[in-house]
Ligand binder design. Structure first.
Ligand SMILES: [Zn+2]
Length: 151
């Protein structure tokens, strides 16, 4: 890749190590042209299979966009959305699968979203678990009450 400082088209790897969680490799690189150093991170490509069968790279931005809709009018910050997306990516990567149906990505969002905001969780769950009626909402709310949810 290009040196981010001088755009020289080549660089030398001076150090290479696996991240603590084992899902990425961090390489320290040195530019032979300007001598500056920079870091690259290498991760396995993670593909999401959409209902149509089309695959696309996993994107935290898309997770955030989907959750943001459910969070409209709720006291949820952009930072919290970014953290949630990071947790979802970690969960999805931890599954070890190179490809994952978009529906399962949606399910991976439910846990962290429930901790973040219960109303947003119910909105999101109603879409991803295809709630059909008020009964489905009542059941989901009863479950939350059973689990001692407070807000
Ligand atoms: Zn350079």
């Amino acid at each position: 890749m290009y040196c981010p400082f001088c755009r020289h088209p080549d660089s030398r790897v001076v150090d290479s190590r696996t991240t603590e969680d084992g899902t990425a490799i961090r390489r320290r690189r040195s530019c032979p042209e300007c001598g500056r150093r920079f870091t690259t991170v290498e991760t396995a490509a993670l593909l999401v299979v959409k209902r149509s069968g089309v695959t696309e790279p996993f994107s935290r931005d898309k997770v955030v966009a989907g959750v943001r809709k459910a969070c409209q009018g709720r006291p949820v910050t952009e930072d919290q959305l970014a953290q949630l997306a990071q947790r979802v990516e970690e969960a999805v990567r931890a599954s070890g699968a190179a490809e994952m149906p978009s529906h399962e990505v949606g399910l991976a969002i439910l846990g962290p979203l429930r901790e973040l905001d219960l109303v947003a969780y119910l909105r999101f769950a109603s879409v991803y678990q295809a709630f059909q009626s008020l009964d489905d909402f009542e059941k989901a709310i009863a479950e939350l009450r059973l689990q001692g949810a407070q807000n």
